[in-house]
Ligand binder design. Structure first.
Ligand code: SF4
Length: 250
């Protein structure tokens, strides 16, 4: 695969449904593949021969299949067309996945071009710090996860998250932690300590886990208790669920 083409799952325009940029309209470029296997993952991460689904009209869900790998110029011309037809609608381009940093070599050539059209927002699981170092100059905003064992099933990522945040904190960054009924207090405390170690002002978002049936998997009072713990270390701890699902957005 050349660095001017990438394995993509989909490209579309929608409202950002979670995290610090919630409610803003973005162009989503969703890369295939991931370096983790979270228990709650609802994103297909395999490299099957399926085409990329590319929306033609922003937000109208008129997807057409585009053969993978997708060339950069196809993405650029799509966004340029949306710029002309719908000027000012999109706040930024969301580079998402899967885990987009798995494709860091491709992103190194893609991001300067994408950034010439829109600010670049990276949505990441917050682990691949070496890849982030290579790309940080081409990124404007970062939403990173801290994966806690009780909800993600991932263990021993604490040091990777700490190193990742050290690089990410040179940009506009927030951290998201998915919490559920089974989440233990020490997990939230340790997450908040890591974030606070880089700056008390860095926003932390506690995201109540959404079950497969669409219901929230943590009691309201438990969320407040976890927020109180994290707030010992940080100035801005917000509780924000995934909103795109109940709004019927992608
Ligand atoms: S990091 Fe995201 S895409 Fe990867 S397995 Fe976890 S939830 Fe799925």
């Amino acid at each position: 695969m050349s660095s001017s083409s990438a394995e993509l799952a989909e490209v579309f325009s929608s409202i950002q449904g979670e995290g610090g940029l919630i409610g803003l309209r973005q162009v989503f470029v969703r890369f295939r593949g991931c370096n983790l296997q979270c228990d709650y993952c609802d994103t297909p991460t395999d490299f099957s021969a399926e085409p990329c689904l590319a929306e033609q009209t922003p937000g109208r869900r008129d997807f057409v299949p585009v053969e993978n790998p997708v060339a950069l110029h196809r993405i650029l011309s799509l966004i340029e067309g949306w710029h002309r037809g719908w000027p000012g609608v999109h706040h930024s381009v969301s580079i998402t996945g899967g885990e987009p940093l798995v494709s860091h070599e491709i992103l190194r050539s893609w991001l300067p071009h994408l950034r010439s059209l829109l600010p670049v927002y990276l949505e990441t699981n917050g682990v691949m710090h070496t890849a982030l170092e290579l790309l940080i100059d081409h990124i404007d905003m970062i939403g990173m996860d801290i994966k806690i064992p009780s909800t993600s099933g991932c263990t021993d990522l604490w040091d990777d998250h700490r190193r990742f945040l050290r690089v990410a904190a040179t940009k506009d960054v927030f951290v998201k932690v998915v919490v559920g009924e089974q989440t233990e207090e020490w997990e939230v405390e340790r997450s908040a300590e890591i974030v606070g170690g880089e700056g008390r002002e860095i926003p932390l978002i506690l995201q109540p886990i959404t079950r497969l049936d669409g219901t929230i998997g943590i009691a309201p009072v438990r969320v407040l208790e976890l927020q109180e713990i994290a707030s010992r270390y940080l100035r801005a701890v917000r509780v924000i669920p995934q909103t795109h699902k109940f709004m019927g957005q992608l």
